[in-house]
Design a protein around this ligand. Structure first.
Ligand code: BES
Ligand code: ZN
Ligand code: ZN
Length: 505
């Protein structure tokens, strides 16, 4: 799908699109101005189409009219934006997501979206282009079904038809940035949706290598299980032992310039390609969903690819421990004690709390890159799904500045974060009688217990833990995200990294 822009001159001559979508606020005056502009767009009266007149503009409501037999006009769809005083940028993503679905259902190939500039004065031209493109591209994703009949996407070209632009390039930049990022979000969604037999640690590692070879300034290195053993990554290896799929630690490094010394952000993403729970086996119901336990890893890969395409001025190191978590004669048993890369010993009381075990060694490993910030992202706890559902990630951190930036990035992208505390008081819960720490708490505050465990491996480096167990997979479809893998974290990280780069250059 191509997304273009067209700026109205004195009239709309030159924009050859027979299908028009217009966004309408819940206000009779605004609606009249939209209908008048539609008439100018088609140089044709539409005053006899009563149903357009009856439309109110309630959020997300749509109305479509087809014009059969007309040469210049095939149809019009109006989509409601609601109360203009409650307008925010996410509403533009939502109506654009709806636009994509509506056009696709109608099998339309080429269409225009009418933007009456004066209705969107509260947001920048860049943001309008960006959010509309995001809504369209995110909405266009569907997992490549492994069935004999495949759904088809009809739309090939959408033009933003803008009444008045201060500078059309602002819109175009917003669109092209959104394309760079959202293509990676959709790439990650494909990885996350793929079942565990199609998305092994080896396949993810190959994907990472491919990304490094096809996008400039990205390097990829793979640490094998043997190498991890030599390094002393006993915590990571304790999880890999039950699986016969070779485990890997994937290191992706985006370095925009070899000349200047830029600050480094390390991103660590949980890449469990299937989590059965191991010897602490999960119940059968819903176990199939644990193919998405690598969503954190996919988010890190997608982020590195996106920031490299945007050429953001910050060095980003991505570390993805990738493994299956399975029961086996060789698998780790509850009660086993292992030594982590940090030197700390861990009593594994529950093999289903495996995410923190693989992340622990990777957080320690991340310190070698001398990062100014470490952020880990993981589908870590069911407790986070209970606490926050799918509308916010759990955020736990030892650093105010990072929290603030992530909050800002979260509100901007609508990938919102919500803080839970990591006070020292919670440390008691993960004390072990036989090792330095144990991998589960006492059953209360499960999300925080996971974070307290991870916190032991970052020394004093500014760090954030994001629990995406609830946001990575959505059960109810939403205006621009289908049910299933959401690709959660990538848009948040990209926005965060651009704010971080601005603050640190
Ligand atoms: N991958 C799961 C967490 C999870 C649950 C993600 C539901 C998405 C949806 C994680 O490895 C896990 O099993 N955590 C345990 C921890 C417990 C044993 C302390 C959990 O949440 O039950
Ligand atoms: Zn688990
Ligand atoms: Zn898991």
């Amino acid at each position: 799908m191509k997304i273009n822009t067209f700026q109205k001159k004195n009239n709309w001559k030159g924009v050859k699109k027979n299908y028009l979508v217009a966004f309408v606020f819940d206000s009779p005056k605004i609606k009249d101005s939209v209908l008048a502009e539609i008439e100018r767009f088609f140089s044709q009266s539409i005053s006899n189409t009563k149903i357009l007149k009856d439309f109110t503009g309630e959020v997300g409501k749509t109305i479509s009219v087809n014009f059969t037999g007309s040469k210049s006009i095939d149809g019009i769809t109006l989509i409601g934006l609601g109360d203009i005083n409650k307008f925010n940028i996410d509403l533009l993503r939502r109506v654009s997501g709806i636009t994509y679905r509506e056009l696709n259902e109608k099998k339309i190939k080429i269409a225009a979206i009418l933007i009456i500039s004066e209705h969107f004065k509260s947001v920048s031209e860049y943001e309008i282009g960006e959010s509309i493109a995001e809504g369209l591209i995110l909405s266009s994703f569907s997992y490549t079904l492994q069935t004999s009949s495949k759904p088809e996407n009809s739309i090939s070209e959408i033009t933003l038809a803008i009444t008045e632009a201060k500078n059309i390039k602002n819109y175009q930049k917003g669109i092209s940035d959104a394309v760079s990022v959202c293509e990676q979000v959709n790439m990650a969604r494909e990885l996350i949706s793929s079942p565990a037999n199609h998305m092994t640690p080896t396949i993810i590692a190959n994907k990472a290598k491919f990304i490094a070879s096809s996008i400039p300034r990205i390097k990829c290195k793979i640490i094998t299980a043997d190498e991890a053993k030599k390094k002393g990554m006993g915590s990571f290896l304790s999880v890999t032992k039950g699986s016969s799929e070779p485990a890997k630690i994937i290191i992706l490094e985006y370095n925009p310039t070899a000349m200047r010394k830029l600050k480094t952000v390390a991103l660590v993403g949980k890449g469990v390609t299937f989590d059965s729970g191991g010897i602490s086996l999960k119940p059968a119901k819903d176990m199939h969903k644990m193919k998405y336990d690598m969503a954190g890893g996919a988010a890190v890969i997608g982020t590195i690819a996106a920031v490299a395409r945007l050429k953001l001025p910050v060095r980003v190191v991505g570390i993805i421990p990738a493994t299956e978590n399975l029961p086996d004669g060789k698998a780790t048993k509850p009660g086993d004690i292992v030594k982590s890369l940090s030197g700390k010993t861990i009593e594994i009381q529950n093999t289903d709390a495996e995410g923190r075990l693989i992340l622990a060694d990777c957080l320690t490993y991340a310190l070698r890159f001398k990062p100014s910030a470490i952020i880990d992202i993981a589908t870590l706890t069911g407790a986070c799904v209970i606490a926050l559902g799918s509308h916010a990630m759990g955020m736990m951190s030892n650093n105010e500045k990072l929290k603030k930036l992530l909050n800002e990035a979260g509100n901007n992208t609508h990938e919102r974060v919500w803080e839970l505390p990591v006070w020292d008081d919670y440390f008691d819960d993960i004390k072990s009688d036989v090792a330095d720490i144990k991998n589960i708490g006492d059953g209360s505050a499960g999300t925080i217990a996971g974070a307290m465990f991870l916190k032991q491996f970052v020394d004093e480096v500014p760090w954030v833990h994001l629990d995406i167990a609830g946001t990575a997979w959505i059960e109810k479809k939403h205006d621009y995200l289908a049910r299933g893998a959401s690709g959660s974290g990538i848009r948040l990280f990209v926005k965060f990294l651009s704010l971080f780069a601005k603050d640190n250059n």
